[in-house]
Design a protein around this ligand. Sequence first.
Ligand SMILES: [Zn+2]
Length: 323
Amino acid sequence: MDLVVALDIGGTLVKGAMVDREGNTLDDFKLGTLIGRGANDFVARLGSYINTLRKNAAAKGDRVLAIGMGVAGKILQKEGKIVFSPNLMPLNNYPLASELQKRTMLPVFMDNDANAFGIGERWKGAGREHENWLGITLGTGVGGVLILNGERWQGDDVGFVGEIGHTIVYPEGPLCNCGKRGCLEALSSATALTRGAKEAIEKGEKETELAEAYERNELNPILIADAAGRGDKLAVRLFERFGHGLGIAISNTFNLLGITTCIIGGGVSAAWPRFIDEVWKTLREVNSMVNFDQVVIKRASLGNRAAVLGAARLAWIELGKGH
Ligand SMILES: [Zn+2]
């Protein structure tokens, strides 16, 4: 059987699997990223792990043909280089793909983690029956991917694409991690929820069940979602802002591209019932173009397997182009 090694490289963990051409996964694994030890150490460990996988596969008569990976950050896809990744600083400007290729003698294909999510959902998940859609990942930050004519949109290979998280939805809005104001990520991410709760409490909003968690320095999106579910005013307001921001961003994308489907994943999408009504309400308020009968907004279906499957599919697609 022919296989590829698929990797989802995050700040804490590398999740991976061996995946065949049909998307069947075997040998799921997790490795500590341990990026503090430096880029060379990281590639050496990853390379030797992959070489062991490959040896084991060969013993069963299987062949490993390539490595596909999704990495959080600004990526020069064709050069196989991370330009900037806040959680993987030692890999910035490091030729990750070619170094890994040297150690494994396998072709290495990489893309941004949100793109990997999109490719995975398109292949095996909620995006299977949709040719054109906007994908959004709600996590610590907000990632985005555009699937157009069935394939991910790649732009001009400038290092980013589909970065809906840094489109401005409230020009006077809260400060974003990127240094600008009013980005979607500053409203509709885990960071935005906890930061929003913290700021409101510090400004004197004490009648919230979140005050206690704030005192213990334990505010997190799950607590805030639970509180919103019980009707806590601050938590409800934060999720309204969250859904409102998303509604505006989705509406703008629909109008710009003439598409009507949005698929939402990432850890914070688990709080779906807390924000989805506000997304629809906002969309209806601000959008004068779309036919609402055609609009589909749905949850991604692969959970945290999306990026690994997407990385595998990326490798299969690139192999098919004659590498
Ligand atoms: Zn931003």
